[in-house]
Ligand binder design. Structure first.
Ligand SMILES: NC(=O)c1ccc[n+]([C@@H]2O[C@H](COP(=O)([O-])OP(=O)(O)OC[C@H]3O[C@@H](n4cnc5c(N)ncnc54)[C@H](O)[C@@H]3O)[C@@H](O)[C@H]2O)c1
Length: 312
């Protein structure tokens, strides 16, 4: 007997609310919007508002707000945005000590209540948070993934499309590496409907776009005093959808590496295939010497933060 998917959203803040709206609107499944006891009213209020939104728009999804982990039990997908976002002037790494405690608490509870879920981590600093979630839960690497690459690539694609004067959907690009200042927009594989981008966008403009992409999150934090949430939510939902519908999309995501690209026991943004088996495989691509050097630098920065987290 077919049943509806169950999607638990841990954190009912800005991204959590938008995740719930997107999941409900596309009838991806029933949604549990979870937050801490002090924010249970917010979680319940957003859930009720979104159910009523369905009555207006004509979608049907059960949406529940809760601060009880029992409600999360049996989830097919869990998306974690629990934690604090950046304020102007902060780097993602500045969030480490606060969000580490939160992710450890979430991990202990998921281990108990949702051991079979496909887990997508969004909280920052992303690569360390997803590493810690896997370490504490002991879940298999293919069932724990981090969202950053889809968002960073989206930003890269948008800036390129605007510069080239073409439709954004015709620009294909990938951003790999850690979700921080060292991220690697991979220019050598970037195309506009198959045409290498270097044939269309001049080198100096390309360099400026790479730089703007690296600072894409910070640009928004500076404008509105907190992190982006529409595009981050859409990015995580595209990953959840690929899992639930076995779409086998090839997307950049923070994946558990065990020797791929020369890195062992590390989470880093690489191309992966997401289907019913979770992260079904890491796709290894050839990189130019310059790009591999950038990826090495990014991996070293993530490793350093993971080491720092061990003392916290
Ligand atoms: N990976 C990415 O690309 C990306 C992009 C944007 C933002 N982020 C990160 O996502 C996170 C969430 O951002 P936001 O804008 O939604 O923040 P927000 O402050 O609006 O929401 C976070 C929510 O988490 C809740 N929370 C705190 N501790 C919790 C716990 N133990 N269990 C459950 N919930 C808990 C808070 O009460 C709050 O409602 C931040 O860390 C931000 O830096 C990541």
């Amino acid at each position: 007997m077919p049943r509806r998917n169950k999607i638990a959203l841990i954190g009912a803040g800005n991204i959590g609310g938008e995740l719930a709206a997107l999941a409900a609107r596309s009838e991806l499944g029933d949604v549990v919007l979870f937050d801490i006891a002090e924010k249970e009213g917010v979680a319940k209020g957003k859930a009720l508002d979104l159910e009523q939104n369905g009555a207006v728009l004509g979608y049907d999804a059960g949406i529940t707000g809760s601060s009880s982990w029992a409600e999360v039990a049996g989830s097919d997908v869990v998306i974690i945005t629990a934690g604090v976002p950046r304020k102007p002037g902060m780097s993602r790494d500045d969030l480490l000590s606060v969000n580490l405690k939160i992710i450890r608490n979430v991990a202990e509870n998921l281990k108990k209540h949702a051991p079979d879920a496909f887990v997508i981590v969004v909280s920052n600093p992303l690569d360390v948070m997803v590493y810690e979630l896997k370490r504490v839960t002991g879940f298999a690497g293919n069932k724990v993934v981090g969202m950053a690459g889809v968002l960073d690539s989206g930003r890269f694609q948008l800036f390129l499309a605007r510069e080239a004067g073409v439709a954004v959907k015709d620009v294909r690009a990938m951003v790999l590496g850690g979700h921080g200042d060292t991220m690697v927009p991979v220019v050598s594989y970037c195309t506009i409907n198959g045409i290498p981008v270097r044939q269309i966008v001049p080198a100096d403009k390309l360099a400026a776009i790479v730089e703007r992409t690296r600072n894409g999150g910070g640009e928004i934090v500076k404008l509105m005093g907190t992190s982006a949430f529409y595009a981050p939510a859409s990015a995580a939902i595209s990953m959840a959808t690929s899992y639930l519908k076995d779409q086998k999309r090839l997307l950049p995501a923070a994946a558990h590496l065990q020797g791929e690209y020369g890195y062992n026991d590390l989470y880093l943004g690489v191309p992966v295939v997401i289907g019913a088996g979770g992260v079904e495989r890491v796709v290894t691509i050839e990189l130019s010497a310059e790009e591999k050097a950038m990826l090495d630098k990014s991996a070293a920065a993530v490793r350093e933060l993971i080491e720092a987290s061990k003392n916290l």
